[in-house]
Design a protein around this ligand. Sequence first.
Ligand code: NAP
Length: 291
Amino acid sequence: MTAQRLDGKALASTMRGEIAERVSARKQAGKRAPGLAAVLVGDNPASQVYVRNKHKACQQAGIASTIHTLPATTTQKELLALIDQLNADPAVHGILVQLPLPKQIEESAVIRAVSPAKDVDCFHPENVGLLAAGHPRFYPCTPHGVVKLLNRNGIAIAGKEVVIVGRSNIVGKPLAVMLMQKPTAANPAAGDATVTIAHTRTVNLAEVCKRADILVAAVGKAGVITADMVKPGAAVVDVGTNSVEGRLAGDVHPEVWNVAGWLSPVPGGVGPMTITMLLFNTLSAAELIDG
Ligand code: NAP
């Protein structure tokens, strides 16, 4: 058996086209273009690539994108002053502070400083709380990308056994919240699934994973999910991005293609979806702020 491809690149392209149409309609109606301000502190090469890719994707969708590049020596006070300025700028609907930040800056203080209305990453505690309470303002980008990848490929989530390996605040934890919740009009991406979260203290990881109809790997270790951990026919979503001998590799071992029913490739799976959902959130922020 060879798994069907959960093609994030193709879906991202379709969804970016849909977003571009909505942006264009807003502009034709005389509204301001949605604006995203990205803040990059220091010279981390991976962060530079992420910010550049997000900027390019914004431009293609008609979203006004600005990049604020600050030196690695920037103080917390200086960064917070820039965030204050962006919070007050009516042309900016979304603010993205690229992580990680240099050591002298406290990440949680920066996350809390971004106006919750412009927090398109959905990292602010107010937005995390709204998500957990079941009436989200935004969905976090990577988990939302995973849900869309499943939904738009016709993979049913309701009632399924989902296992997520990884419990980070960016991926595993919010994805678990989304997938286990009851869908409502205010929370359409909720999954109604039975969700298990696994991590480094999980006993018998292979056995736990093998229960999954939908298995999500958000670990950060190349090839850690092997074929013996996957139920035949399961949908497997690989969030991992690991550098192996200069090439990008997922958390899922290539032998899983022979066991799974569906599998997202790396690259070309979740990565393009994450950026797409950032565009989606920037448009949503503009709709919420400007009407
Ligand atoms: P993270 O904060 O490092 O969390 C990794 C999680 O995996 C932790 O909960 C950890 O458990 C668990 N883990 C590590 N080794 C394990 C093992 N051998 N068995 C079971 N669990 C294990 O990582 P993250 O930020 O969630 O990112 C995960 C991966 O996704 C990375 O490769 C990252 O680059 C990638 N990523 C991709 C995108 C995208 O758009 N494609 C977006 C975000 C992240 P403990 O909690 O017990 O330590």
